[in-house]
Design a protein around this ligand. Structure first.
Ligand code: SF4
Length: 445
C-alpha cells in the first residue's frame, strides 16, 4: 500500500513494542510515517485495556476520525491491541467506519487485512496464531540507539485486577536463540540499550527448551547470554513478579556488567489481605525480604514499583500497611494507581468497591509519602558523578534528557547527541528527575 500512516499508542511498553512492529510492516509495504492525521492514508489506534477509561478513549478517538473518513473514503482505520482483542466485533458494531480490527495475536496478518479491506470492506482478525512472534516482524523503531525486545507474551497468572491474561493469553516464551539473534542484529545496527519485555520475565522459558536438550532456559541464563552480545552497553528488563523471583536473577544482574542496576518490582499493595484478594501469591514480608536481598546483592540498585490504592475491600488498616511497607521499602519511584473496575476482570464484580473520595484521599496520602522518599533519595545523588545515556532534547531551550543506569532521568545543559554516553555531575534534585552538568572527558596524553 502506498501513502502515509499514523500510529497512536496507548498503554504499556508491550504496546510500544507492537507499535514499532506495526510501523515496520507498513514501512516494509512502502508507506511512510506522518504526524498529521489529516494526511494519513492509514490510522492505527493501538489500544490498551488496562488504563482507566480505555473504552471511552477509544470510542472518543474513533468519533473524531468519523468525519475524516466521511470526507476521505480512502482513509483506512485500524484498531489494534488489547481492546481490539477484548471488544472484538463490538468495535465495528459501534463504529462501522473502522476498516480493520486486529487482535494482539494476529498482528502478522495486518497487511493482509488491510489489502482485503480495500476489496471486501471491514475486516476483523482476533484469532490466536503461534507461528510468528511479534518481535520477529520488521520494526520501525522510535530511536536508533535503543530497542524493546519481547522475550515472552501473555501471562499464566490471574491477578484479579488485570485483563492481560484475557487479552494476551497464556505465556508464550520466545526461543532463546531468536532473542539472542535479534539482540545481536540490533547491536550490529548501533543499538546500545535493549529492554527485555515480558509480563512476568521470571517465568521466561517455562514453555520452551534449550535447543538439543530437554532443559528449560532460565531468565538469569538469558540475561547472562545477552550480556555477552558485543556492542551492547545496557540491558534492562521489565517486569519480574515477586512470587516467581529467584536469587539467580540477583546474581546474574550483579555479575553481568551490562545489566543496569535497576529493577521494577511491582508490590501492588502492602497489605496481606489485599494481596490475597488480588491473587498476588506473595506476602508483604516476603516482598520486603526480596528487596533486602536485591539491595544487598546489587549495591546502589534503583527500585521502582506499582501500587494500587483502593482495591475492593481495602480497609483503613490495609491502607496503613501499604503506607508502612512504602516507608520501609524506600522505593526510588512508584507508579501509583487509583483502583477503578476494569470490565472483564474478577475484581470488577467484587463486593465492597470503595467510594471515589476514599480512594482519592488515600491516593493523595500515598503520593505525598512517596514524593518525600523520592526526593530524599534523589537529593542523596547530588554531588555524585555517574554515566548517563543521552536520550534526546530536554524540555527547555538547549538542554538534553539523559538516563542513569539506575533509571533516573538527568536533565543536562546543552544539546547533546542522542545515543551518546557522557559522565554527569549531579547538581540538583527533584522527586522525578535530577539536574546535572557534563564532566569533560579527560584529555588524551
Ligand atoms: S502478573 Fe498479574 S498483573 Fe502482571 S500481567 Fe499477569 S495477571 Fe496481569
Amino acid at each position: 500500500m502506498k501513502g502515509t500512516y499514523l500510529i497512536r499508542t496507548f498503554g504499556c511498553q508491550m504496546n510500544e513494542h507492537d507499535s514499532e512492529r506495526i510501523g515496520g510492516m507498513l514501512r516494509a509495504d512502502g508507506m511512510t510515517p506522518t504526524a498529521e492525521v489529516a494526511d494519513a492514508r492509514v490510522v492505527v489506534l493501538n489500544t490498551c485495556a488496562i488504563r482507566e477509561n480505555a473504552d471511552n478513549k477509544l470510542y472518543g478517538n474513533l468519533g473524531h476520525l468519523k468525519p475524516l473518513k466521511a470526507e476521505n473514503p480512502d482513509l483506512r482505520i485500524v484498531v489494534a491491541g488489547c481492546l481490539a482483542q477484548k471488544d472484538q466485533g463490538l468495535i465495528q458494531q459501534k463504529a462501522p467506519w473502522v476498516d480493520v480490527v486486529v487482535g494482539t495475536h494476529a498482528l502478522p496478518h495486518l497487511l493482509d487485512l488491510l489489502r482485503r479491506a480495500e476489496d471486501e470492506g471491514p475486516q476483523m482478525d482476533i484469532a490466536e496464531y503461534t507461528e510468528l512472534f511479534p518481535s520477529a516482524l520488521p520494526a520501525a523503531r522510535n530511536d536508533a540507539f535503543r530497542a524493546w525486545v519481547s522475550i515472552a507474551v501473555g501471562c499464566d497468572n490471574a491477578c484479579t485486577f488485570c485483563i492481560v491474561p484475557f487479552v494476551r493469553g497464556a505465556q508464550r516464551s520466545r526461543a532463546i536463540g531468536d532473542v539472542l539473534a535479534e539482540v545481536q542484529g540490533l547491536a550490529r545496527d548501533g543499538v546500545v540499550e535493549v529492554t527485555l519485555l515480558g509480563q512476568n520475565v521470571n517465568t521466561y522459558g517455562r514453555d520452551v527448551t534449550v535447543p538439543g536438550t530437554s532443559r528449560r532456559p532460565l531468565f538469569a541464563e538469558l540475561l547472562r547470554q545477552v550480556n555477552e552480545v558485543e556492542g551492547l552497553r545496557r540491558i534492562r528488563f521489565t517486569s519480574p513478579h515477586p512470587h516467581d523471583f529467584t536469587p539467580d536473577v540477583i546474581e546474574a544482574m550483579a555479575e553481568s556488567e551490562k545489566v543496569c542496576e535497576h529493577i521494577h518490582f511491582p508490590m501492588q499493595s502492602g497489605s496481606d489481605p489485599v494481596l490475597r484478594a488480588m491473587q498476588r501469591s506473595y506476602r508483604r514480608e516476603r516482598y520486603l525480604g526480596w528487596l533486602d536481598r536485591i539491595r544487598d546483592g546489587i549495591p546502589g540498585v534503583g527500585v521502582s514499583t506499582d501500587i494500587i490504592v483502593g482495591f475492593p475491600g481495602e480497609t483503613d488498616a490495609d491502607f496503613a500497611d501499604t503506607l508502612d511497607a512504602v516507608s520501609r521499602a524506600r522505593f526510588d519511584s512508584a507508579y501509583t494507581f487509583q483502583y477503578s473496575p476494569r470490565p472483564g476482570t474478577r475484581a470488577a464484580s467484587m463486593p465492597d468497591q470503595l467510594p471515589k473520595e476514599v480512594v482519592q484521599e488515600r491516593f493523595e496520602r500515598l503520593v505525598s509519602l512517596q514524593e518525600r522518599i523520592s526526593l530524599e533519595k534523589a537529593r542523596a545523588q547530588v554531588g555524585t558523578e555517574t554515566e548517563v545515556l543521552v536520550e534526546g532534547a530536554g524540555r527547555r531551550g538547549a538542554s538534553s534528557q539523559s538516563r542513569t543506569r539506575t533509571n533516573r532521568i538527568v536533565h543536562l545543559q546543552g544539546a547533546l547527541d542522542p545515543g551518546t554516553f557522557v559522565t554527569a555531575r549531579i547538581t540538583d534534585a527533584a522527586p522525578h528527575h535530577l539536574s546535572g552538568e557534563v564532566v569533560p572527558a579527560p584529555a588524551l596524553v
